[in-house]
Design a protein around this ligand. Structure first.
Ligand code: VTB
Ligand code: MG
Ligand code: MG
Length: 322
């Protein structure tokens, strides 16, 4: 896959972030999400690729745009599968909280898992623990193994997990083990990525959205980390949906190869609100704004950060130049 596509995709997440960031703290997650989604859809057309959305905003009948199966791009150029979350953290933006991003992953056709919109149990780690742990183990076993491999006492390890009622047992197991815990309000794409970059987080555990799991897996591949997942179909209907999507065993442990395949994968994200890894959009004087993005390639495992000053056009804040 051509390198310049990452740059093109970053232009798109930048634009989406600029649009979504206008809605920061305004208590309207729907408008924030719509602004990001419409911007991405509009801008996709300018990219020379024959793209297909494999992870988007949902099925065609419930998502008016960026639905699974939607064709995107100029239709000239390579056949690419696209996973996109125009605004990862709609609630976060609506409430003016940290760590909302706009995010796209891309890989040659057939490489990205078509993850259904349901929960996925996840275990994400950095290069030091990649290939060494299993989602099949009890969390206490996983922690003991990690502590041994990293040569780090449990009291110095940090594990991140979404702060949810469904994680009550897992959080008490973490507390019993004596690790430090980073409770996330939202945003488990960045939560998982943090485990694989220079940060205090050693491991991300717990369940979050399956689409977010595949997006994070794309980044972790570029970072030399690892994500393991297992879908959690809660109802017979959800289970049947997995079967309908061609999965032989919906409860199977999903490896990196299952989620992001073997081909080169790209990952781009732009901060919307201030985050641990990426700064949020900053509106400057004289109709300018600054965005902060990350672009990753799995081929050479390069990670580039991009800081852009945009000149906004149009009367209303949020109309950015293309
Ligand atoms: C996560 C997180 C998202 O949803 O996937 C989470 O990354 C999972 O769902 O930012 P619950 O909120 O039901 O736990 C978000 O928080 C929102 O899409
Ligand atoms: Mg979204
Ligand atoms: Mg999301």
């Amino acid at each position: 896959m051509e390198r310049h596509i990452a740059m093109e995709l970053a232009r798109i997440t930048e634009a989406a972030a600029l649009e979504a960031a206008c809605w920061t703290g305004r208590g309207d997650k729907h408008s924030a999400d719509e602004a990001a989604t419409m911007t991405i859809r509009r801008m996709f057309h300018s990219v020379d690729m024959d793209g297909t959305v494999v992870i988007g905003e949902g099925e065609m009948d419930e998502a008016p745009m960026l639905y699974i199966g939607e064709k995107v791009g100029s239709r000239r150029g390579p056949k690419i599968d696209i996973a996109v979350d125009p605004l990862e953290g709609t609630e976060t933006v609506a409430n003016g909280l940290n760590n909302a991003i706009s995010v796209i992953a891309a890989a040659p056709e057939g490489n990205l898992l078509h993850a259904p919109d349901m929960y996925m149990a996840k275990l994400a780690v950095g290069p030091g623990l990649a290939g060494r742990l299993s989602l099949n183990d009890h969390i206490s076993v996983t922690l003991a193994k990690a502590s041994e491999i990293l040569q780090k006492p449990l009291s110095e390890m940090t594990v991140s997990i979404l702060d949810r009622l469904r994680h009550r047992e897992m959080i008490s197991a973490l507390r019993d083990a004596g690790v430090r815990i980073k409770l996330l309000g939202h945003g488990d794409v960045m939560g998982a990525i943090e485990a694989a970059v220079e940060s205090e987080v050693d491991m991300y555990v717990g369940s979050g959205g399956a689409p977010e799991g595949v997006l994070a897996a794309a980044a972790l591949k570029c970072l030399g980390g690892e994500m393991q997942g297992r879908l959690i179909p809660d109802t017979t209907e959800e289970y049947e949906r997995c079967i309908g999507m061609g999965m032989k065993d919906p409860l199977k442990l999903l490896t990196m190869d299952d989620m992001v395949g073997q081909g080169n994968v790209l990952f781009v994200a732009t901060g919307v609100t201030q985050g641990d890894l990426l700064n949020g959009v900053r509106y400057l004087s004289n109709r300018r704004a600054e965005t902060h993005s990350v672009m990753m390639h799995s081929l050479n495992r390069t990670v580039s950060y991009l800081r852009t000053i945009h000149h906004l056009s149009g009367a209303k804040i949020g109309n950015i130049a293309e």
